[in-house]
Design a protein around this ligand. Structure first.
Ligand SMILES: Cc1cc2nc3c(=O)[nH]c(=O)nc-3n(C[C@H](O)[C@H](O)[C@H](O)COP(=O)(O)O)c2cc1C
Length: 191
C-alpha cells in the first residue's frame, strides 16, 4: 500500500504541462494511446452518464491546420493575432497525437451540466497521469477556437455538448519544474 501511494504521489506531482513546441516529434505507439483512453473511461461519473468522448488524431498536424483555419475564419479582425495563428498551425508538428476531449450531454436531466463537465475533467486527468507514468509529455489546451461554436460545428457536436480541450501527447527531452503560488494553508481549512 505504501509503495502504491508513493508511486501515485510521484506521478501526480511530476505531471507537468509540456507545450507541443517542446515535444521532439517521436511517435507514441497507438496501443499506448489506447491504454490511456482506457484509463479515461474509469473517471467518476454521477449517474453513470459517462459523458467523455474522444476524437483521436494520430496525425495531429491535420487537426492543428483545421484549428488554425477556424481561428482565422471566426476571430474578428481586431482580435486576430498572426503569431497565435502560426502557433496553432504548427502545434501538431512535434506532437505525436492530439486528442479532442468532449463532454457529451446525456439525457439524465437530474445530472447538472457542471457535473458532466467535471467528470470529463477527471477523465482527462486520468489520461495526463497515465501519460506521466509512461514518460509521455502532455498538454491540455483550450486556446484559440477550441472551445468556440465553430469547433463544435466542425466536430458535429450536439447543441448541449462541449469541447473540454485538446490534449497533445508526445515525447519531450526536457521536463519543466512545477510551481504553485498559493500556499496549501490558504487552500485548506481543517476544522
Ligand atoms: C482546463 C484547462 C485548460 C488549459 N488550457 C491551456 C491553454 O489553452 N494554454 C496553456 O498554455 N495552458 C493551458 N492549460 C495548462 C495550464 O497552463 C497548466 O496546467 C498550469 O500552467 C499549471 O502547470 P502544470 O500543469 O504543469 O502543473 C490548461 C489547463 C486546464 C486545467
Amino acid at each position: 500500500m505504501d509503495n502504491t501511494f508513493a508511486t501515485i504521489s510521484a506521478i501526480i506531482k511530476n505531471r507537468r504541462s509540456i507545450k507541443p513546441v517542446m515535444m521532439n516529434g517521436k511517435k507514441i505507439p497507438d496501443y499506448q494511446v489506447r491504454s490511456l483512453l482506457e484509463l479515461a473511461d474509469w473517471a467518476p461519473t454521477h449517474g453513470l452518464t459517462e459523458p467523455w468522448r474522444f476524437v483521436v488524431y494520430a496525425n495531429p498536424a491535420d487537426f492543428c491546420h483545421e484549428h488554425a483555419r477556424l481561428y482565422k475564419e471566426h476571430t474578428p479582425a481586431e482580435n486576430f493575432i498572426e503569431a497565435s495563428y502560426n502557433n496553432f498551425y504548427a502545434q501538431g508538428d512535434k506532437a505525436s497525437h492530439a486528442i479532442i476531449a468532449i463532454m457529451k450531454r446525456g439525457d439524465l436531466p437530474k445530472i447538472p451540466v457542471k457535473e458532466e463537465v467535471e467528470a470529463v475533467a477527471c477523465s482527462i486527468q486520468n489520461i495526463l497521469l497515465g501519460a506521466t507514468a509512461l514518460n509521455i509529455a502532455s498538454f491540455w489546451s483550450t486556446g484559440g477556437a477550441i472551445t468556440k461554436p465553430a469547433m463544435k460545428e466542425f466536430l458535429n457536436l450536439g447543441e448541449h455538448d462541449q469541447v473540454a480541450g485538446v490534449i497533445y501527447l508526445g515525447y519531450a527531452d526536457e521536463h519543466p519544474a512545477g510551481s504553485r503560488k498559493v500556499p496549501m494553508e490558504e487552500k485548506v481549512k481543517w476544522l
